[in-house]
Ligand binder design. Structure first.
Ligand code: CA
Length: 314
C-alpha cells in the first residue's frame, strides 16, 4: 500500500507544480510591429496580448542601447513592410557611406511577473519571424533572448550569416552565442537541403522558435561544476535545429535540445532584444513578429509522471 501511496503523492505534487504558475498562460504577449512610432533611436512599438491579460505598460519595444545614431546613416531602424503593409522592424546599415561600425538594441522587457518571480518552473517560448538579406554578416546576432530564473539569468543570441563568397561553406550559417558573444562548445550549423547541398534562407521570411527550460543538478564537469543550466531548442519553420559539439544536442528530461547555456553574469532586467547587438559594419534584416509565451513545463512533468506510472505497475 505504501509503495502505491508515495508515488501518488509525488504525482499530485507534480500536478500542483503544473497548476501553480497558472499566470503563465496569460502573462504572454505578441508584437507584430504594425503599430509603430518614430525612427532610429526614437522608434517604439507596443505589445499586445491575445489572452486578454496585458503584461503591463512597462512592456513595449524601444531602443535601449543606441550606438548607431551619428554613426550609421539615418534609417538604420524603421518600420518595414511586407507586401506593402507596414508590419515589420527593419534594420539596415552598411559601410560606406557611414564608413563605421554601429550597434543598437531594440528591446522589450519581459512582464514584471517573470522578472520578479523567475521562470525556473516555466518553459519559455519565443516565436519570431525573420528575413535575413543575402550577404548579411551579423556579428553578435539579430536577436537576444534572456531567460530569468531565481538561480540566475540565462542568455542566448542567435547569429545568422550568409557567406556568398565562402567557397568552403556557401551555406546559411547558424550559431547560438552565449553572453559576451562566444560560441564555445557548440558547433556551427551550416544549413543544407535534403541532398546535402548548401542551403540559403536569404531574402526569405522564415518562422523561428526558441524554446527554453531550466534544469539543475546536471553537472557536465566542463565549466567548474556548473549545476544551473538552461536547455534551448531552436526551430526553423518547425524543424528542430540540432547542433553537435561539447554542449550541442544535450539530453535533459528525456528530450534532446539544440544546446545549453549556464548563467554567465547576465545582469539587469530580462528582455528580448532585436538589432545588431555588437559593433558591425553591415546589418540587413527585418523582423515580422516576436511572441513571448511562458507555459508550465508540462512536458517534463509528464515525463516524470510517466516514470512514476511505470514504477507503479511493477
Ligand atoms: Ca508583423
Amino acid at each position: 500500500m505504501r509503495r502505491l501511496f508515495l508515488p501518488t503523492l509525488a504525482a499530485l505534487a507534480g500536478l500542483m507544480v503544473a497548476a501553480g504558475p497558472a499566470q503563465a498562460v496569460y502573462m504572454s504577449f505578441e508584437s507584430d510591429f504594425t503599430t509603430w512610432a518614430g525612427s532610429d533611436g526614437t522608434s517604439t512599438s507596443p505589445v499586445s496580448s491575445s489572452t486578454g491579460h496585458l503584461p503591463g505598460s512597462e512592456c513595449g519595444w524601444a531602443v535601449t542601447y543606441d550606438g548607431a545614431t551619428g554613426r550609421a546613416a539615418p534609417g538604420w531602424l524603421t518600420q518595414g513592410d511586407i507586401g506593402g503593409t507596414p508590419t515589420a522592424a527593419s534594420f539596415y546599415h552598411k559601410i560606406p557611406p557611414g564608413n563605421t561600425t554601429a550597434r543598437a538594441r531594440f528591446s522589450t522587457v519581459l512582464p514584471k511577473c517573470w522578472r520578479e518571480r523567475g521562470l525556473e518552473n516555466v518553459r519559455m517560448r519565443v516565436d519570431y519571424g525573420m528575413k535575413y538579406a543575402f550577404g548579411y554578416h551579423s556579428d553578435r546576432g539579430s536577436i537576444q533572448i534572456t531567460y530569468p530564473t531565481n538561480n540566475g539569468q540565462f542568455n542566448a543570441y542567435m547569429r545568422v550569416r550568409h557567406h556568398p563568397d565562402n567557397v568552403t561553406y556557401p551555406h546559411t550559417m547558424i550559431q547560438p552565442l552565449r553572453n559576451g558573444g562566444s560560441h564555445y562548445g557548440v558547433d556551427t550549423l551550416y544549413l543544407e537541403d535534403g541532398d546535402g547541398n548548401p542551403r540559403y534562407i536569404a531574402d526569405e521570411w522564415h518562422d523561428w522558435s526558441a524554446d527554453v527550460v531550466y534544469g539543475e543538478y546536471a553537472d557536465y564537469g566542463t565549466y567548474g561544476g556548473q549545476t544551473h543550466w538552461a536547455y534551448w531548442n531552436v526551430y526553423l519553420d518547425g524543424e528542430h535545429l540540432l547542433f553537435g559539439g561539447e554542449n550541442g544536442s544535450p539530453v535533459f528530461g528525456g528530450r534532446t535540445y539544440s544546446f545549453r547555456t549556464f548563467t554567465e553574469a547576465v545582469s539587469g532586467e530580462p528582455y528580448i532584444g532585436l538589432g545588431e547587438l555588437q559593433w558591425a559594419g553591415h546589418w540587413d534584416f527585418e523582423c515580422d513578429y516576436v511572441n513571448f509565451t511562458p507555459e508550465p513545463a508540462s512536458l517534463l512533468l509528464l515525463a516524470f509522471g510517466g516514470l512514476l506510472m511505470r514504477r507503479r505497475r511493477v
